[in-house]
Design a protein around this ligand. Structure first.
Ligand SMILES: [Zn+2]
Length: 146
């Protein structure tokens, strides 16, 4: 059986993508697909803006999607939940702008290479996982057919 790996969140920059390409070529390994999860900025702000972190054990909750049993308190250790500076809407906007600046060239790089698979990330984790599998399988079927 051929072994396969998934790189999660890597590469993040064009420079890293070029280094990865050289490494894979020297090892005679092929990159089969690059999945980019896409979500409107307003949705990202809403999701990240709902995050709350436990002061003590650092567990992460979300006020809308994964609320703690008792408001403002950690389910695991009853520690106080707070909003990280990074998760405030104005910080999220800055983070998104930086992310777009560094990933836009990366997306173009993989689009030109014919490896980019775009997945709309609006749904539950299970739904998004199912869509990802379907997209990758249909892509693989196309590759085998050609
Ligand atoms: Zn806790």
């Amino acid at each position: 059986m051929r072994r396969r790996v998934i790189l999660d969140g890597f590469p993040r920059t064009l420079g890293q993508a070029e280094s990865l390409k050289q490494l894979l070529e020297s090892e005679r390994l092929a990159l089969t697909a690059v999945v980019n999860y896409e979500l409107p900025a307003s949705e990202i702000v809403a999701r990240l803006g709902g995050r709350r972190t436990c002061e003590q054990c650092k567990a992460v909750f979300n006020v809308t999607e994964r609320p703690p049993k008792v408001e403002g308190r950690c389910d695991h250790c009853e520690g106080k939940l707070f909003q990280r500076e990074d998760d405030r809407p104005e910080s999220i906007k800055v983070r998104l702008e930086a992310y777009d600046r560094s990933t836009a060239p990366l997306i173009e790089f993989y689009r030109k290479a014919g490896l980019l698979v775009r997945v709309a990330a609006d749904g539950s984790p299970d739904e998004i996982f199912a869509i990802t599998l379907t997209d990758l399988k249909s892509r693989r079927a196309l590759q085998l057919a050609s």
